[in-house]
Design a protein. Structure first.
Length: 264
């Protein structure tokens, strides 16, 4: 009993040794396996790196080709050919015959795709040609643009044709009120009434409905509406701007200052 407990049995020693050998260090059969695994992993890594480099090169080449194609310079659009003077003159006359309001030189240049600096001189030349030839119409600047008008000396014939004997002229009160607005604008209705000496509310409404006068804000002190003439007013009178209105001095009475003092 003492022998079995105190010392190891002879048959158990090889087993312990083999166990110690198995646990403490790898066996001879395991070493080649580790080496081959390391080799295989290294080879696989090298192969993957090479494949990745090849793929990156292919992608880079494809991207470069696309960039080269997209970066290829496109041909510049051909400039619009300049019209000769005869064709430009005819095109301008054709447009001016169909417009229903004055058209600017810039608009004409954009429509015809021609340099703006060619339009103004050509229109001046056309207008001078109409005047020299004695046509019943002429080409004039009006409201910042150009439009064909009948000549004043033939107004009676045109009026007879259009109106057929019907009078659609503005009344004397409307003409006086329109003159006050034209020379005093922007002006309130109360100021117009004070100048004319009568209430002008109805006349102002008539002028607004005819498109000759329009509201343009309010007076800062009283809040009353302000009125001014419209582009149609310039067009109907054949004026290019309000600066073309005739001066009032020749039409004023000699005792205007006395009248002004008496009205105060």
């Amino acid at each position: 009993m003492a022998l079995a407990v105190g010392a190891p049995v002879a048959d158990e020693q090889p087993t312990a040794a083999s166990s110690t050998h198995s646990v403490g260090e790898p066996g001879a059969d395991e070493q080649p396996t580790d080496a081959s695994s390391t080799l295989s992993v290294g080879a696989a890594g090298a192969g993957g790196q090479a494949a990745g480099e090849r793929a990156g090169t292919a992608v880079g080449d494809a991207g470069g080709a696309r960039r080269q194609r997209s970066g290829r310079a496109r041909p510049a659009p051909e400039p619009t050919p300049l019209l000769d003077d005869t064709e430009l003159r005819g095109a301008l006359e054709a447009i001016l015959l169909v417009v229903d309001e004055p058209v600017s030189e810039l608009t004409l240049a954009q429509v015809l795709e021609q340099p703006p600096e060619r339009i103004g001189p050509m229109l001046d030349d056309i207008a001078a040609g109409y005047t020299a030839a004695g046509h019943g119409f002429d080409l004039r600047r009006a409201a910042g643009g150009w439009r064909l008008y009948t000549r004043p000396e033939y107004a009676s014939y045109v009026e007879r044709f259009i109106l057929d004997g019907q009078s659609v002229r503005l009344t004397q009160a409307a003409l006086e009120t329109l003159a006050v607005v034209a020379y005093k604008q922007p002006v309130t209705r109360s100021r117009i009434s004070a100048i004319r000496g009568v209430n002008c509310d109805g006349v102002i409404r008539t002028l607004v409905s005819r498109g000759l006068v329009e509201e343009c804000g309010t007076e800062s002190d009283s809040g009353a509406y302000l009125y001014r003439t419209t582009t149609m007013f310039l067009e109907k009178l054949g004026l290019n701007s309000l600066d073309d209105l005739p001066p009032l001095a020749p039409f004023l009475p000699d005792d205007v200052e006395e009248l002004a003092d008496a009205s105060r």
